[in-house]
Design a protein around this ligand. Structure first.
Ligand code: GCV
Length: 842
């Protein structure tokens, strides 16, 4: 993926010209704020839209609102609104807070009930003119109203006779970014940081401002810019003015700056000999530090804390609790109305895996539930949506009902750490909806997670939503051109969790690709089916994503979960699979839920299939509600998932010519890679379970690959066979490599099929420590050549680096000699796994 600098001269000109009609290079940098022109007929609907805008009041936020409105209308309708100082007799668009409106026009919109950040869009008669009014209790709400109005127009909705109020579901709607001071991003898949580089805040914060604009456009109002594995240096005195620059870039968009802090800072950078939260000197240190931050950043939002987790220092060092640690910082922030997000992601990663009663899933509840009521009112406990760690399928965290006297926020993950890392398509709102709508049974009436975190259920003063996003310098922000649908979806759900995934997918597609019904239907469908597809070829029945949890969290690594202290166990052995978390015979985790939920998970009969292995250990022959055995489900779902992912390509192909060429090609490239990698996943998982269970696939697919020719079985010149570890990462457990001193190697075989047109897949390993070159020859004819230059997350040949090259329309005759030549580079040995040849589709 290219970085912004090299691609968007046009984008920069666009910025300068605020919406000039510079020919559009669809890099994705505009995300859903493209303001693409509507077709003439569609634009007709807005012929009566006023020609001018009047702003009541004066602030950076109102200025943004006005500028955005002018920019949007110019882009979508090709008209330039006149910026008027006062209302005249003509129809106009009026922007202003409710109090400004009512002091100018006393009886206007008298009984309007708006919460902070909520807004009203209304068509009203003002002094005989018909005005479109965008109003709110605060300037930020006015800005949100402008974005909502523009979204409606871009999606060709009716905006005459408006009277629409929108209120945020919760006050907290934040993103966390896991950026490091050196500019790298933990679990970031789209280039380096937009905030930080070489130990400092970036000199050029243009992108940070653009990001804040995107966040504001979906109602997000806070952003913590550095990793929760926080570097204490962010609190050094010389760093604070740099943070103030980021706050300045955010401010016009109503996004408040936050940072992650390390609780050991008073000692590590503060010169104290302790960071014990009970020590008065530590309290004083935090207080002075926070005062200094607010002197420079008066609207600073607060801090995020990860402590006593995954090797981070924390209050446990001094025998203190998370409440002690949170409160000492909270008391420093309170006079300034700042907030502490204390993360409930606290667990022991050295658990003894041999003890069948140990269970990482229990940790958050065990640690935080006893502290309920001990946290100050400006502390929010930030809870990952599931009890483990953003797996492709998890139950909802029981901690949501474990805290009745404490503020909560749910933590979701936009960056696809365990869901394909933006190389695979995985639209997450359907997963988040299941979580947010899940009834925790904490009262007589339904108590869905969305109400608990919004503070409604237990009547808490604050709470809401946080997502880890990790945008980077890639032009399209998240790497995959369709991945920004997740950030959009997160923002929309944080604003209104009652929206459906369908409406979100539809809105996003319309804003990003236009209103052509075929395009909207096709892309929405691709998005909405992508999470189940990803789940089906990666993680079965709630066992977790069967990925390499010790390394990349990307490709398959079924055994990596076991025999270590990280506690992401699925306990698969020769007889069965699954964690017994029941109260009767297991770890007792189910008892952390309220009784009705616990009861349903305690019993095999009432546990839904998709979570079976999270709660129960069963034999492979156990019959699911679906009527299949567990083992056959594993085989079938992995085959169906790989097929469905190939089908995504066909769906996308149907849009050729209907979407811009740039994004068409980019998405196609991603989908083709995904379809190949889904086969790597399928084969690794199926072969592993076949080997361990000894139970064959009823349909005879596992272990049998028609048309596949193993590289180690070809005539090799220079190439040498080797064992791939783990063995399921390569077909037959082996591959060939062109090791030094060889400089060029080849693998050849005779084609013995019938004459005709074929598709040939070359499965090879594209590591990130070299750029090997490959050539394929039929006889003396070169039919394809390429360089292995993708940035896949592996330095060795394994399932992370395994990828394929498809050669289509290849004319072959019996007896043809097919030869693959590889030239190694650096640590990459041009390794080959196999070739697969199939008849070309008719
Ligand atoms: C920032 C997982 C991730 C870590 C992350 C951690 C967390 O373990 O793999 O990279 O650390 O979650 O959420 O703190």
């Amino acid at each position: 993926m290219r970085y912004l600098r090299s691609t968007t001269i046009c984008g920069m000109l666009l910025l300068l010209a605020l919406g000039s009609t510079c020919a559009r290079a669809e890099t994705g940098s505009d995300a859903w704020l493209r303001y693409a022109p509507l077709e003439k007929q569609a634009a007709q609907k807005y012929a009566h839209l006023p020609a001018s805008v009047v702003v009541l009041g004066d602030s950076p936020l109102l200025e943004s609102a006005k500028t955005e409105l002018i920019r949007g209308i110019r882009g979508i309708l090709g008209r330039t609104l006149r910026d008027e100082k006062n209302l005249t007799k003509e129809n106009t668009i009026v922007l202003g807070t409710l109090s400004a409106l009512q002091s100018a026009f006393p009886n206007l919109l008298e009984h309007t009930d708006l919460r902070k950040d909520g807004f009203l869009l209304a068509t009203e008669q003002v002094h005989g003119s018909e005005c479109v009014i965008v109003t709110a209790t605060n300037d930020r709400g006015v800005l949100y109203g402008v974005f909502a109005l523009l979204s409606k127009i871009e999606r060709n909705e009716n905006v005459s006779a408006l009277h629409e109020t929108q209120q945020p579901y919760a006050p907290i709607r934040w993103t966390d970014e896991w950026d490091n001071l050196d500019g790298s991003i933990e679990r970031g898949y789209a280039g380096p940081s937009i905030f930080l580089e070489n130990g400092s805040v970036r000199a050029d914060l243009t992108r940070a401002g653009e990001y804040a604009r995107l966040l504001a456009s979906v109602g997000l109002n806070g952003c913590a810019i550095n990793s929760v594995n926080a570097d204490p240096r962010v609190l050094e005195d010389h760093f604070l003015p740099q943070l103030a620059r980021v706050a300045d870039a955010f401010r016009p968009w109503g996004v408040q700056l936050a940072i992650s802090v390390d609780v050991s800072s008073p000692k590590v950078i503060g010169g104290l000999d302790t960071f014990d939260p009970a020590d008065a000197r530590v309290a004083e240190w935090w207080s002075k530090k926070v005062d200094e931050i607010y002197r420079l950043i008066p609207d600073f939002a607060g801090v995020v804390v990860k402590a006593d987790s995954e090797g981070r220092l924390g209050p446990a060092t001094y025998g203190r609790t998370p409440a002690d640690a949170a409160n000492v910082i909270a008391r420093a922030l309170a006079p300034h109305h700042g907030i502490v997000f204390y993360r409930a992601f606290v667990y022991n990663h050295h658990l003894d895996w041999r003890d069948s009663k140990n269970d990482r899933a229990k940790a958050a509840y065990d640690i935080f539930h006893p502290l309920d009521g001990e946290f100050d009112d400006n502390v929010i406990i930030q809870i990952k949506h599931g009890p483990i760690d953003f797996q492709v399928r998890e139950p909802v965290s029981p901690l949501f009902t474990g805290l009745e006297k404490t503020n909560e926020a749910i933590e979701l993950q936009v960056t696809q750490e365990y869901t394909g890392q933006q190389r695979h398509l995985c639209f997450l709102p359907p997963m988040w909806k299941e979580v947010l709508d899940f009834d925790m049974h904490a009262g007589e009436h339904p108590t869905p997670v969305k109400d608990i975190v919004a503070g409604k259920t237990f009547h808490r003063p604050t709470g809401g939503f946080v997502a880890v996003v990790n945008v980077g310098m890639d032009a399209n922000w998240l790497g995959h051109p369709l991945a920004m649908a997740n950030l959009y979806g997160y923002g929309r759900l944080a604003w209104n969790p009652n929206l459906t995934s369908q409406s979100i997918a539809r809105e996003w597609t319309q804003l990003c690709f236009g209103n052509d019904p075929v395009v909207v239907q096709t892309i929405s469908n691709m998005l909405l089916t992508s999470w189940p597809i990803y789940e089906s070829y990666t993680g079965p029945l709630g066992a977790g994503t069967l990925t390499d949890i010790l390394g990349s969290h990307y490709g398959p690594g079924v055994e990596s979960s076991e025999r270590n202290g990280w506690g992401q166990w699925h306990r698969a052995d020769h007889d069965g699979i699954g964690m017994d978390r029941t109260a009767a015979t297991g770890t007792g985790y189910v008892d952390q839920y309220r009784a009705p939920v616990a009861k349903s998970y305690e019993s095999l009969a009432t546990t839904p299939d998709e979570l079976l292995l999270f709660f129960h250990h069963v034999p492979y022959t156990y019959v699911l509600h679906s009527g299949k055995t567990v083992i056959q489900h594993i085989y079938d779902s992995h085959y169906a998932g790989a097929e469905a992912s190939a089908n995504l390509i066909q769906q996308w192909n149907s849009l050729k010519g209907r979407v811009d060429d740039e994004r068409y090609a980019e998405v196609l490239k991603h989908l083709e890679y995904q379809a190949g990698h889904a086969i790597v996943w399928r084969d690794a998982v199926c072969n592993w379970f076949f080997r361990v269970s000894g139970i064959p696939d009823q349909h005879g697919r596992v272990g049998h690959y028609p048309g596949r020719i193993e590289a180690e079985g070809m005539q090799l010149q220079g190439y040498l066979p080797f064992d791939v570890i783990p063995s399921e990462d390569a077909s037959g457990g082996k591959a060939v490599e062109c090791a030094p001193p060889a400089k060029k190697c080849s693998a050849a075989f005779r084609f013995d099929g019938a004459a005709g047109k074929y598709e040939m897949d070359v499965e090879y390993f594209d590591q990130n420590n070299g750029k090997s070159e490959f050539r394929v020859l039929v006889g003396d004819r070169v039919v394809d050549e390429w360089a292995a230059d993708e940035h896949l997350p592996a330095k060795k040949p394994n399932a992370d680096s395994s990828t394929r090259r498809r050669i289509t329309g290849l004319a072959l005759r019996p007896g043809d000699n097919i030869r693959i030549e590889g030239i190694p580079d650096g640590g990459e040995r041009a390794s080959l796994d196999y070739i697969e040849i199939q008849r070309s589709p008719e």
